[in-house]
Design a protein around this ligand. Sequence first.
Ligand code: SAM
Length: 326
Amino acid sequence: MSQNHPYLGLQLPSNAPFELKPSHGKGWGAFATRKIERGAKILEEKPLFVIRKHHDEITEEDVRKTFQQSTPRGKQQFLSLRDNAARPFSSMNYAFAENSFALSDNPPKHGLFLIHSRFNHSCIPNCNVPSTNGEIIASFATRDIVAGEEITFCYNTDFECRTRGDRHQVLRFTCECKACLPGTLFQQLSDTRRTLIRGLQYLTLGRDLDGQRQGSESPIIIDSQLKKAAENLAIQVSARLVYNLLVMSLLDEEELMNDFMIGRMYPGILILSTLFKTEGNARLARLAMEQKTWLEKLCVAFRLWGRGDVVDYGIALQLRMIHGPS
Ligand SMILES: C[S@@+](CC[C@H](N)C(=O)[O-])C[C@H]1O[C@@H](n2cnc3c(N)ncnc32)[C@H](O)[C@@H]1O
C-alpha cells in the first residue's frame, strides 16, 4: 500500500538527510538516511501558502480561497495530504490546521508546510521545533541522530513541565516515547522530574505555565509561605540560582538539554550568577559556574543555600517592574 501512497509525490530537497515512510502506529514519518550530527540542519522549507490570520480565526473559506490561488502543482500537493497518512482530511481547514506552523503572531501569519508537517512528535525529541526566519522554517538536530532513526520534535513548548497524562490530554494521541512508556523507571522518574521543573519554574517566575497563579486545589507548591514569596517575587538570589541550576540538571537527566534549551535558559542564569554583592557569595557563585556539568554547578551552588545577599531586595524590585505589580 505504501508503494503508491500520495506522500511519495512530496518533493524532498535533493540533499535531504531523511526519507518519508510509514512509522509504526504513527502514520508516516521522517527517518534519517544517514548520520545527522548534533547542530546540523535537517530541513529548510518554504510554505506552500500563507494565511495572514490568527489560527482560531482561519475559516474553511479562507483556506479554500488561498487554495484556489495556488499553482496546479500546489493544489495537487495540498490534496495529497492525508489525515495521519490514512484518509483524506474531512475539511480544508482541518488539513491546514494539521499541516501549518505559526510564522508570526503580530501580524498573525500561518504557513502550510508539506514536509515539516510529516515529522512526528516525541516528548524526548531529537530535533528542535522548526524555527522561523521570515516565511522560511528550519529544523536542526538537537543531538546526534543515527541512520534509520525517526526524526521528531516536540509539538508543545511547555512539555518539559508536564507529566505524561497531562501531555496526552493536550496531544489527543498516545505518545509512546521513552518518557511515555508506562511501567518503566524512566517514565516514573520523568513524571517526577517534570513536576519538579514546573514547581521550580513557579518559584522563580511566581506564575504557573499559563501565566496564572495556582489555586489551592493545584498544590504544586504546598508551603503557603514559600508560594506567597514566589508570587511576590521575593525569592532570594541564592535560591533563584539553585532553582535554576536544579532545572538544568533535571532537564539534563530527562535528555532534554540541547543547544536550544541552553540558548533559552543559560543567559539568564549567567546574569543571575554575577549579581551577588557579598564577597563570599560572589566567589561561590563564580566557582559554581566554573564547574563542568550542570550537576556539578548545582552541587557547588547549594553551598549558597539560605545565604541572603544585599542584592535580594533590589532584584525583587526589578522583577516587579518587569512582571508588573503582584
Ligand atoms: C503533523 S502530523 C505528523 C505526520 C503524520 N504522521 C502523517 O502521516 O502525516 C500529526 C499527526 O501524526 C500523528 N502522530 C504524531 N506523532 C505521534 C506519536 N508520537 N504517536 C502517535 N501518533 C503520532 C498524530 O495522528 C498526529 O495528529
